[in-house]
Design a protein around this ligand. Structure first.
Ligand code: SF4
Ligand code: SF4
Length: 199
């Protein structure tokens, strides 16, 4: 009984001497190889050359400071709750008198860690943050040799005073509107309900 119509009858043709020593197959393979020498190379020679990335590319996180240089994060834990990979952990502390210039709110994160091996760069932490404190940037997470080196603490995450990171490209009008209106669902931004809600 024939089980499929894709069966092929095996050829019983005798192989020539050249075929027996694979000569035609080798020449054919070499022709393919040499033909690639004259084609445009699709490989990008990273890190000398870098691929163009989207303005809203989701790379390494930054914990932002406010305009006066104080840390914006208030250790509310919303980002950790929103994170589907459970990559964020933090410890909270109470701001002491005289630390107003360091921390924007009365509560701050004394320890804040993101496990970059767990992170899937979905950006949900950024969306969940009510304080505009955490953003993903266009920076790539560098390779490391030890797993522990992928756990990024505040030393790597908090924005440096003399090296501020511009995140305005990520703050589209839709994002800003979304953050202002807690009752708004994501899909409403694209369904026209946002405009209707303004009137
Ligand atoms: S980008 Fe996504 S996976 Fe990564 S820390 Fe933020 S919420 Fe978690
Ligand atoms: S980064 Fe934002 S969401 Fe996360 S703990 Fe800080 S203030 Fe809360």
């Amino acid at each position: 009984m024939q089980l499929t119509n894709r069966s092929k009858v095996v050829s019983e043709k005798k192989q020539s001497f050249a075929e027996k020593i694979y000569l035609p197959a080798i020449l054919k393979g070499m022709a393919v190889t040499f033909s690639h020498l004259f084609k445009k190379r699709p490989t990008i020679m990273y890190p000398e050359k870098k691929r163009d990335i989207a303005p809203v590319y989701r790379g390494q996180h930054v914990l932002k400071r406010d305009e006066n240089g104080a840390e914006r994060c208030t250790s509310c834990g919303m980002c950790a709750v929103a994170c589907p990979a459970e990559a964020i952990t933090m410890e909270s502390a109470e701001r002491k008198k005289g630390e107003e210039s360091l921390y924007r709110e009365e509560k701050y994160a004394s320890k804040y860690e993101i496990n970059m091996l767990r992170c899937i760069f979905c950006g949900l932490c950024e969306e969940a943050c009510p304080k505009e404190a955490i953003f993903l940037t266009d920076r790539l997470v560098p390779t490391e040799f030890e797993r522990d080196d992928f756990i990024y603490g505040k030393d790597k995450l908090v924005e440096k005073m003399n090296d501020r990171i511009d995140v305005t490209k990520r703050q589209t009008p839709e994002v800003l509107e979304f953050k202002k209106r807690p009752g708004l669902k994501h899909n409403e931004l694209f369904s026209g309900k946002l405009d209707k809600g303004k009137h």
